[in-house]
Design a protein around this ligand. Structure first.
Ligand code: TYC
Length: 102
């Protein structure tokens, strides 16, 4: 952003030195087999949603095919994806958690 310096009338470029980390959307995909209750448990457990919010998000994924669970820096997003997919496989469900640059 270019701003005028009030002291000497010089136009200066006002660049923040703080680099924000790239963020990633963590998403769940719909499938025909994972029980709705299991998806609600995943959203509550790994994304700290209330029962009401988790139910809303689950139904959105069920009807639209995909839905956002949260937005995080790379390392946190990767950990969420790994934890959710591991938990789903341990419970014999095909639920897929993925991440994508925001
Ligand atoms: N479509 C699933 C069913 O009818 C429910 C479901 C919702 C599965 C969201 C996955 O990410 C998902 N049992």
């Amino acid at each position: 952003m270019v701003t005028e310096d009030r002291e000497n009338g010089v136009l200066e470029e006002n660049k923040s030195k703080i680099k924000l980390p790239p963020l990633y959307k963590v998403m769940l995909l719909n499938d025909d087999f994972t029980p709705m209750d299991f998806v609600v448990i995943v959203l509550q457990t790994f994304f700290f949603m209330s029962q009401e919010k988790a139910t809303q998000v689950m139904l959105k994924i069920h009807t639209e095919g995909v839905g956002i669970c949260g937005i995080y820096p790379n390392d946190i997003a990767m950990t969420k994806v790994q934890q959710v997919n591991k938990f789903s496989r341990q419970n014999q469900h095909p639920l897929m958690c993925i991440m994508e640059k925001n």
